[in-house]
Design a protein around this ligand. Structure first.
Ligand code: FAD
Length: 434
């Protein structure tokens, strides 16, 4: 198979890998694939968070586990806006409504109960959660997939000016506000993008943002400046492709500054103060450091038990918390060797779904899970690059370890990869929400 066809299909094929392994292992025939039949798994699962990880696991618990699986998804919003492709909303190439997904299929096709509330309390002693409307839901297994929350950057200035500084790192109103700010720029203006120290969600995402904003300024405004203030010592993903993008394709626009640690943002003068000096811009897009979703980091239950106390450590055979039994954590909130990204969140959800079903069935969980991650990145309006990596469980370290050459970046960026990017996105979102 040609390399790019392979990568376009990678999402679809590896997304279904666990299912195919199951079919192989258990000799399931097509009749047994009817998800509404009882697969012998009986249990109540509450899933918290209807993003890339939570929606996928809710679907696959029912699809693979069958009618005996009582699955409730708790998510405050009726519509999910995809972060993936949200950088293209900033440049007008996509609208936010094109990135909107609902839970209709989850309910009608898979029989998942969806409750549009937030979870406000975790009660592992009674194996229950409390919702924002006061409802208490009991579970046999709880899956937490609340994504990320932020650690605020020190900021001075009036409230009005401070509120103008967007992160736009969760797609929604911040995305459209930042879009308006960028569209208000002229070719004399500077866009400042700050990148937090790793780990943060979507390693290539900020560099992608710098590229598409630079491309937009060049084409729509005839110039302008993009200053990238990176708290890391180097580009965190696709160093060759982004290096070329910054030094060749967007050379006249982008200035990349590594090791830039922010001490303050003065919102009144629109100035970012760092250890390397002060940088003034017309628009400041400040992405703060991340931590696990608040329900984890503020629960007081010790779920955020990683070395830097921001993330939740899990056993990657099951994604069960190492701190609290019967609680599983998937997606960006968990601390694993895998990146914080939507594609891998989808894969983690499937490994976790498979493990929970097997535990309900009284079977041994898969001892050699495989996951993969891919990120496609628009570099201009018509070209894209990508990275991909496959992880395999290593029993010696009990971690997911990259296989082969590790993270592989595409050999440059071009229009073919751009077309593949569109197919990859459709595959991934359809596997998650359809
Ligand atoms: C600009 C940008 C570009 C990106 N591009 C890519 C890409 O190309 N490829 C890729 O793989 N990834 C990409 N990502 C990363 C990807 O979007 C995230 O890694 C992914 O969404 C993580 O999934 P998640 O389910 O952990 O979190 P989310 O998708 O953020 O979902 C979390 C959900 O939990 C809900 N929630 C939170 N707290 C509660 C609570 N207390 N009760 C109930 N519900 C709650 C939230 O409302 C939300 O719906 C990108 C991210 C950004 C910002």
């Amino acid at each position: 198979m040609k390399r790019r066809n392979f990568l376009t299909n990678l999402g679809a094929t590896t997304l279904g890998l666990a299912f195919l392994q199951d079919v192989k292992a258990n000799g399931l025939n097509s009749a047994a694939m009817n998800f509404l039949q009882n697969a012998g798994a009986v249990g109540r699962v509450v899933v918290v968070g209807g993003g890339m990880a939570g929606t996928t696991i809710a679907k696959y618990l029912r699809l693979w586990g069958g009618a005996g699986m009582d699955v409730t998804l708790v998510e405050p919003n009726a519509t999910y806006y995809s972060n993936i492709f949200s950088n293209m909303v900033l440049t007008g190439e996509r609208s936010l409504s094109q990135l909107a997904f609902t839970y209709a299929n989850l309910k009608s096709k898979y029989g998942v109960k969806v409750m549009n509330y937030s979870v406000t309390g975790l009660n592992p002693g009674s194996k229950s959660v409390t919702l924002s409307n006061g409802t208490v839901l009991g579970y046999d297994r709880l899956v937490l997939a609340p994504g990320i929350d932020f650690i605020p950057i020190p900021m001075s200035g009036s409230t009005m000016n401070r509120e103008k500084i967007m992160h736009a790192w969760k797609a929604g109103t911040q995305t459209t506000t930042l879009k308006s700010q960028i569209q208000g720029m002229t070719n004399k203006d500077t866009f400042i993008l700050t990148i937090p120290k790793s780990p943060y969600r979507c390693p290539p995402g900020p560099y992608e943002r710098a590229c598409v904003v630079a491309d937009y300024l060049k084409n729509a405004k005839g110039g302008g400046k993009v200053v990238v203030l990176d708290a890391n010592d180097k580009i965190q993903a696709e160093p060759v492709n982004f290096g070329n993008a910054f030094n060749v394709t967007h050379k006249s626009i982008v200035t990349y500054v590594p090791n830039a640690v922010i001490s303050n943002i003065d919102a009144d003068t629109s100035t970012v103060v760092t250890n390397l000096g002060s940088f003034k811009g017309k628009v400041i897009n400040a992405i703060p450091s991340h931590k696990a979703g608040n329900i984890i980091s503020m629960s007081g239950l010790g779920l955020n038990n990683s070395a830097d106390a921001r993330w939740a450590v899990v056993d990657v055979l099951t994604y069960e918390s190492t701190a609290i039994p019967f609680v599983h954590i998937i997606g960006d909130s968990s601390s694993t060797t895998q990146p914080k990204a939507g594609h891998i969140a989808n894969a983690e959800a499937k490994v976790c779904a498979d493990a929970i079903i097997k535990m309900f069935q009284g079977l041994q969980v898969n001892q050699s899970p495989i996951t993969n991650s891919s990120c496609f990145t628009p570099i201009t309006k018509t070209t894209a690059s990508f990275l991909t990596v496959v992880f395999r469980y290593d029993p010696a370290t009990r971690k997911m370890m990259p296989t082969g050459a590790g993270v592989v970046e595409s050999n440059g960026y071009n229009s073919h990869h751009y077309e593949d990017m569109l197919k990859w996105f459709n595959n991934l979102m359809s596997d998650t929400f359809s």
